[in-house]
Write a protein that binds this ligand. Sequence first.
Ligand SMILES: [Zn+2]
Length: 438
Amino acid sequence: MIEQLKILMTYLKSKYFIRFHSREVLENWQDKKMKNFLKNIVPLSPFYKKYYEGFSYDNWKELPLVDKNRMMEYFDTFNTVGIKKDEAFQIAFQAEKTRDFSPQIHDITIGLSSGTSGNRGIFLASKNERIKWAGTVLAKCLPYSILKEHKIAFFLRANSNLYDTVDKGKIKFHFFDLLDLMDDHIKNLNTYKPSILVAPPSMLSMLAKKIKTGMLKIDPQKVISVAEVLDPLDEKYLSDVFNQKIHQVYQCTEGFLATTCEYGTLHLNEDLLVIQKEYLDKNLGKFIPIISDFSRTSQPIIRYRLNDILTEKKMPCPCGSHFTALEQIEGRCDDLFYFRKKESDTLIPVFPDFIRRVISLSSDEIKQYKVNQVRLDLIEVFLEVSDDRKKNMKKEIEKNLERLCNQFNCLIPKIQYIHKLEEQNGKKLRRVERKFEI
Ligand SMILES: [Zn+2]
């Protein structure tokens, strides 16, 4: 009961009490929060204590950066709760294998972040952090009051004690394992009848197809896309089938970064984190986020450079929020394509969004696609479109690619069409993916 009360308190605080009347008020508030946070938390983490030696917290915006590699390298001294990397990995791998995600160390939940093998991250959340997280997520995502009934269906690669925290009182929470069979999902969803459906867009699309065939009979009041980039193509299809705006939650193991407002605009959760921008292209508003999460203490995330590319919105959102509005989440930095400049060895980075447009502008009737860059001079394209349209579409794609390359003065890579999508097996779908390292 105490836990429920605490969730409710965080919910109320996040929903009603923390309000900012201007960007300036928000930034001053964040500045105070950060200084306070650093003063209290840094002494508890041997890694940060040493890392920040000689730096003043007054200039916290300039403190040296960390990233996933550094965090994992110094894991044992990075966290403030004395958990060792080996022990944490052991628990996390065991949970993945048995699909029982309940074990924890003391009251700390261990989570494994996705990533290529050898590059997986471990994330920690204490009970208190889980409660705060639950209260905030509910405040930002529930379509109506916490005091009403909600049935959340949540599709994810792995469950976590984090999510069980939400399953309280009138709020029912059901975890659906992405690795389970589609037939089981349909059966369970038809019985459960969720009011809120949360899943990666690739899964939402599969469910939408089942709704269209009449096999799946659900009518959620809110549909939230998570974990993968929501492609405009999928967004349109999903909003047609579910007959509503598709919302998004941008949450990674590093933090709860952004949520959509009632207008469907993604806003950064700047009441939980400071998000600094490392611009890749200021005119286009494309940046890599550097996050500092002042709500997290067991594994402090301070000036942490994410591997994502975001695009800021040029026009203010009609909702009036002073939190930064995003046009879109582009994808990972690793999925920037690189083309060779004409008569030079220079490589030009090409944003995933440009590649998406090469495809989406070529036809209105495309159902599915995937573009992989496999070499500097070769891209693979998978298309799902009716046969009579395919030929025309290929011509359009080639034309659009040529136009894009000319714009950057680069050599045009060859296109190889592939006829099958690789198996996902619970992996995230990346419609635009670079398959080699630069
Ligand atoms: Zn808004």
